[in-house]
Design a protein around this ligand. Structure first.
Ligand SMILES: Nc1ncnc2c1ncn2[C@@H]1O[C@H](COP(=O)(O)OP(=O)(O)O)[C@@H](O)[C@H]1O
Ligand SMILES: [Mg+2]
Length: 320
């Protein structure tokens, strides 16, 4: 039996203008896997999670969690799930310890088990030292981690986390990934949403890409990567225009002062050679004997020169 299964799940928000937030979404999450719903803002991720966690009614279609129908057996569904909503609100006087410990007790966990679970979750998100501080005095990221710890310390079967790592720094984000993977190894099921492609790639067993309410791709990170034409990315720091470069002929995306070229194969990467020569003349920390010029092995190049990173990562799964 699947942990989560939906059939033609649809949601239309009716207001002044009707918004079709989900369009006949079909997918299933197996028990014991970490499944990620990857999509841009407005894709429908939160709507989906709110429906399957019984907080919002669908317009059409069906969904079940551990075999329990979300419409006819919502109490059963709630018994087995734990949720981290996208927009968290903490109550000022509660401390992270109270969130993690008392909420598990409220769910009926035995005292000693609740203590152990709370400690483990708070340590995992590196809040142990701050566990007795009122949440009102914590930073946004710390509050978020308190809520994550609270959700993780419950003994739910299926965890639903809506962009849990947004607002966290790189270290905190990796800690959260680590604890999620640990929980999956222990047999829990996790359904995560993110707009961060790297996150989906790093942490998921399987993922679905949702775009404007429709699932457009589904599979393992490797399968998803194979669906894209370009196989490599080259990340270059600096202003390309100042260097007289336009990135013509290659798909290039800009993120702040980083330029990301998407290329199809090693040959195309090597063809970028002159580009890197010019780059080095501008002395932007690219040595003249740029390894990119000499090697066809992208991994080698990326190890040797951190400013020009050539990695075998599908562009759709890129985060810079
Ligand atoms: N309460 C609401 N009323 C009307 N439209 C909404 C409501 N909530 C979300 N939407 C719309 O539904 C779409 C999906 O939103 P959401 O599920 O929040 O996406 P995501 O979580 O992927 O960013 C968006 O176009 C959004 O504007
Ligand atoms: Mg959302």
């Amino acid at each position: 039996m699947e942990a989560v299964k939906t059939a033609e799940l649809s949601k239309v928000y009716r207001g002044k203008e009707a918004v079709e937030a989900l369009k006949e979404v079909n997918f299933s999450v197996a028990k014991g896997e970490l499944f990620t719903l990857l999509g841009q803002n407005g894709a429908g991720k939160t709507t989906f999670l709110r429906i399957i966690s019984t907080q919002l009614l669908p317009t059409a279609g069906k969904a079940s969690v551990l075999g329990y129908d979300i419409l006819t057996q919502p109490e059963q569904v709630r018994r087995y799930i734990s949720i981290v909503p996208q927009d968290i609100a903490t109550y000022g006087n509660f401390t992270p310890w109270e969130y993690a410990y008392y909420f598990s007790m409220l769910r009926g966990m035995a005292t000693s088990k609740a203590r152990d679970a709370a400690e483990r979750a708070l340590r995992a998100v590196e809040l142990w030292d701050l566990r007795n501080r009122p949440c009102a005095t914590l930073s946004g990221g710390e509050k978020k981690r308190a809520i994550i710890a609270s959700a993780l310390s419950s003994d739910a079967e299926v965890y639903m986390l809506d962009e849990p790592t947004s607002g966290l720094d790189a270290v905190a984000r990796r800690n959260v990934w680590a604890v999620l993977r640990e929980m999956v190894e222990e047999g829990k099921t996790i359904l995560l949403t993110t707009h961060i492609m790297e996150e989906a790639e790093m942490v998921s067993d399987r993922l679905a890409i949702i775009h404007k309410g429709s699932v457009v791709a589904e599979g393992s990170p490797e399968q998803i990567k194979k669906m894209t034409k370009e196989k490599f990315r080259v990340v270059v720091e600096g202003d390309l225009k100042a260097l007289g470069l336009s990135g013509n002929g290659n798909h290039v995306a800009r993120f702040g002062n980083k330029n990301v070229f998407y290329i199809k194969d090693e040959d195309e990467a090597v063809e970028l050679g002159p580009f890197f020569l010019i780059f080095s003349k501008a002395s932007l920390s690219m040595p003249n004997d740029s390894p990119i010029m000499k090697t066809k092995n992208p991994r080698e190049a990326s190890n040797r020169n951190p400013t020009a990173e050539l990695s075998k990562t599908a562009p759709r799964l890129l985060f810079v």
